[in-house]
Design a protein around this ligand. Structure first.
Ligand code: TXA
Ligand code: MG
Length: 312
């Protein structure tokens, strides 16, 4: 066990967090999507500590967070398509998988030995300040124990990982609430590896076509493997109402124990999704979830809900 420092996200806190990262510790920090569990991406020992803290299978590669396009360019090959997408969506909830630069200052575990690297420039002032203070890319998966619900507050991180990580930089709740969209740009056409904050329609506007959903070997995007984001209680989807003993997670105008968005706003629902699942999980009853429209941010919400409901 280590003592986990809770740091406020002022300049002292960010400086302390950067010093811990430079010394090889893992530090959780806020982004606009979810809290990340960060390590200095250039240090093999630090990156190994991420896998250890999460209990994550080591074949699963990590996203490297950068502070600007120049830093991205040192790690991966920013192709013309990547450049267009970066201009449109960075900083923001888009992760791009691009060819790895052979001389990139990255521990091999970050890419799990793949010849590609996943890069993201987060749209969050605290995250950007932290990366700038470290001066190097920060490798960071979501800051939850492997397979559990993702964290959108510092308290969620604390509940899952206290005693296993160096510090938590508390920057309040994450405004977007679901993880970034991951797009693979290593082939002739862009492929969607994970739906997220940037929708396929958003991407189509820049690409000129809707990216195909990746359908190959799921090992490169283990978020696609069955059970993930799983609460400790069972989850039933497309429920019109609750069975006796169930909690109901609603959407739109309806009576429910919790409601993702009474007005039917999908962005609001995404922002609340993980916090409401954390809350309902604590009640200990099975969770029934109302139908969510499968468009826009609803694609990412339904993706996460399907994983939460998948057989364990
Ligand atoms: O919003 C987010 O993306 C959050 C915040 C913290 O930025 N991060 C996050 O990271 O969700 P993580 O590690 O949970 O998701 C990383 C995903 C994995 O499913 C992994 O398979 C995929 O990115 N990935 C990473 N590198 C890859 C690569 N070289 N090729 C294909 N997929 C890759
Ligand atoms: Mg995750």
């Amino acid at each position: 066990m280590t003592t986990t420092e809770i740091l406020s996200a002022d300049s002292d806190g960010i400086e302390r967090a950067a010093a811990l990262l430079a010394a090889g510790a893992v530090v959780s920090f806020p982004t606009e999507t979810v809290y990340g569990l960060g390590a200095d991406a250039s240090q093999a020992r630090a990156v190994a500590n991420i896998y250890r803290a999460k209990g994550r299978p080591s074949f699963n590669p990590l996203i490297t967070h950068v502070a600007d396009l120049e830093m991205a360019d040192q790690l991966g090959d920013i192709t013309p398509t990547a450049r267009h997408l970066a201009d449109a969506f960075w900083p923001g909830a888009l992760t791009m998988v691009v060819p790895l630069r052979p001389d990139a200052p990255l521990a091999p575990a970050v890419t799990a030995g793949l010849p590609s690297v996943a890069l993201r420039l987060p749209d969050h002032a605290i995250a950007q300040s932290l990366i700038t203070a470290l001066g190097r890319g920060i490798a960071a998966p979501s800051a939850n124990p492997s397979g559990k619900i993702s964290p959108t507050t510092a308290r969620h991180v604390q509940a899952g990982l206290a005693g296993r990580i160096g510090a938590i930089l508390d920057g309040g709740p994450c405004p977007m609430g679901v993880e970034s969209t991951i797009i693979d740009l290593t082939g002739p056409r862009a492929q969607l590896l994970r739906p997220g904050g940037v929708t396929p329609d958003d991407l189509a506007e820049i690409l000129g076509y809707r990216p195909e959903v990746y359908a190959g070997d799921a090992i490169t995007a283990p978020g696609q493997l069955g059970s993930h984001y799983a609460p400790t209680v069972s989850v039933r989807l497309n429920a019109r109402d609750a069975q006796p003993g169930e909690s109901l997670l609603g959407f739109g105008a309806m009576d429910a124990d919790e409601n993702l968005s009474p007005s039917g706003d999908l962005a609001e629902a995404a922002a609340r999704l993980f916090a409401m699942l954390h809350h309902l999980e604590k009640l200990g009853r099975p969770i029934a979830v109302a139908p969510i429209p499968d468009r826009g941010m609803g694609l990412a919400i339904n993706d996460r809900l399907r994983r939460a409901a998948a057989p364990r």
